[in-house]
Design a protein around this ligand. Sequence first.
Ligand code: KG4
Ligand code: ZN
Length: 340
Amino acid sequence: MKPTILAIESSCDETAAAVVSGYNILSSLVYSQINIHKETGGVVPEVAARAHLEKVLPIVDRALFTAFSTQKWRLGLGREFLNKIDAIAVTYTPGLIGSLLVGVETANALALSLKKSVIPINHYEGHLASFLTPKQDLNFPVLALTVSGGHTSLYLMTSPSRFEVIGRTKDDAAGEAFDKGAKILGLPYPGGPAIEKLAKGGDKSRFKFPVPLSLQTGFDFSFSGLKTALLYTANKVDLNSDQTKKDLAASFEMAIATALVSVTKRAALAFSPKAIALVGGVASNQTVQDEVRTLTKNLNLDFYLAPKELRTDNAAMIGLAAAIKYKTNTSHDVYPEAQA
Ligand code: KG4
Ligand code: ZN
């Protein structure tokens, strides 16, 4: 049986709700707090938690309505469809505790009143599920590169539900490197898209950012050295020159992509997967995509890219991860333990 799952995600600065039926996404809505956090150049946890509180019920209501009706939504109409839900999935860790609490307690309260179970989902498992689609025939094992604002890891997946971490970042995540690099260049939050835009007219070979020795063996990543190298270079050059700024952005973007691909290539050669998957917010970066795609071509592997709307944080990926769990484990805890 394909379970119909209502999923909630509120681990950082997106309030999201979705309804999935198996791997089919019936609705997926995201309220992004980006405009709120732009003013402070990053996420302020207290502000994020309050914004989640304001949006979580309207977005759940709207996700339910959108999944089951083609009419125009008005607040309160979605709750009429709560009886169609088999279980409620929610991101329970990792994340900002105030933000997580909003989603977890909303899920618990709904589950309690509906007498349904809660499927607690780790946020990273959600990102990992984001390339699964009902149409695709996927070849496992898959080497999954997850690149987001809080997370950069390589997983070896032998099936949608079986995976192990084989490498992770020792310091900053790739998205964090983009965000911090953008601050150095005086660009707005979130930094990834801003750097990508600026890099378009830049020369990616003008500035050389060395790959640290620690990245030349093993499967772990490190990006804090790159950020420091950018800071030193930015202090030496004239940032009032538009072209210099563009060249710096392009070179920095290329250095991140190169670091990601060199570790991924080493892992692919060591673990012989059938495919490489690219997921997470940074997967939207064209240079990163191109470099990973080229790697898969050279190694004769399939390339699975998470769909655009599932790359940055969303609840559909949490629903997909829950759909996998629902199949393999039908006795879910009604009240997940607080493990954050
Ligand atoms: O997956 P995500 O929404 O959040 C976490 O789970 O952390 O990813 C957000 C991250 C941010 O750091 C943002 O700068 C980065 O993804 N990002 C990008 C691009 N779009 C988003 N980085 C580089 N290029 C992009 N086009
Ligand atoms: Zn994420």
